[in-house]
Design a protein around this ligand. Structure first.
Ligand SMILES: C[S@@+](CC[C@H](N)C(=O)[O-])C[C@H]1O[C@@H](n2cnc3c(N)ncnc32)[C@H](O)[C@@H]1O
Length: 283
């Protein structure tokens, strides 16, 4: 691991461990599940030919590759991430195509950008995990040209997200009480509060901040069995079931299956995802 990765140590460990490896093995499925959200986020970002784009928390590179197609041969995309396994997957995908994209293994909080040469700071679900989002956005802002912009997508509150609310609500009575996380602790839903996002962006020197809610059904699995198995591997349900006994797991999984069954009347199994599509300009 590079010396630059000094802060965000828990996240670095998380995304370089089993979580990062699971994202790699499930990359095709996750990109498909996030397809509608991705398309909306990329449309909102409106990357133009010739632009230079920084894709923060690019993971396995899906959006970096799409942005590279949009900016074309005269543009440039840099994907930045702390996860070595996910970046390796991104590089392997990029090597099969002749696109203007490269990848950097670095912590967004600490990376020293050479100059302010990016037109667009983009992210699909890569900005909610920073231990100190105020200082990290200040750092990222330094990578943007004076007239640059940010465009990213983040989850709204977990309660607005059916794909979390339904299975977590079903499983919770069957598992031991979980450690309570604060709404601003790093994690997928830490940007759910629009006031907080606006405050972070304004503090980093952005203005003209827009946050549009976007809701869309997401395919959770080809069948009910597939969806229930997937939930045990990824996201909030998998964390809930991490340290449970076999009996608790059996009861929780049965409850999840029952709660998900109404969504499996037509296949694939779809539950709603709820996100913010965020844009901001350098002030
Ligand atoms: C939910 S994943 C999203 C990955 C990818 N953008 C996608 O949509 O498939 C979050 C990503 O943010 C990255 N990440 C988290 N904290 C980071 C940090 N401080 N600097 C750079 N990347 C970070 C993780 O390694 C992970 O790849």
């Amino acid at each position: 691991m590079s010396a630059q990765l000094a802060s965000n140590s828990e996240q670095i460990e998380f995304w370089n461990g089993d979580a990062g490896k699971r994202w790699v093995t499930q990359q095709v499925r996750l990109d498909a599940m996030l397809g509608e959200i991705s398309a909306a986020a990329l449309k909102n970002a409106n990357a133009k030919p010739g632009e230079h784009v920084l894709d923060v928390g690019c993971g396995c590179g899906d959006t970096s590759l799409k942005l590279a197609e949009a900016v074309g041969a005269n543009g440039r995309v840099v994907g930045l991430d702390i996860s070595e396994p996910m970046l390796a997957q991104a590089k392997s995908r990029a090597s099969a195509q002749k696109l203007p994209v490269s990848f950097v293994h670095a912590d967004a909080a600490e990376h020293r950008f050479e100059a302010a040469h990016f037109d667009l700071l983009f992210s699909r679900f890569g900005v909610m995990f920073f231990t100190d989002p105020d200082s990290t956005f200040l750092n990222l802002r330094k990578a943007l040209k004076p007239n640059g912009r940010a465009a990213f997508v983040c989850w709204r509150d977990a309660r607005d997200n059916e794909w979390v609310r339904v299975p977590v609500g079903a499983a919770r009575p069957h598992v031991p009480p979980q450690p309570q996380f604060g709404p601003e602790d790093p994690g997928p839903f830490s940007f759910g509060n629009p006031g907080r996002v606006r405050r972070i962006l304004a503090g980093a020197g952005f203005d003209v901040i827009t946050m549009k809610p976007f809701d869309t059904p997401m395919s959770m699995g080809a069948t009910l069995d597939d969806a229930v198995a997937h939930l045990q591997e990824f996201g909030p349900v998998s964390r809930l079931l991490k340290d449970v006994t076999p009996i608790q797991r059996e009861a929780a999984v049965a409850a999840i299956r029952e709660a998900m069954a109404p969504y499996a009347k037509t296949l694939p199994v779809r539950l709603n995802g709820a996100v913010w599509l965020v844009t901001a300009k350098c002030g």
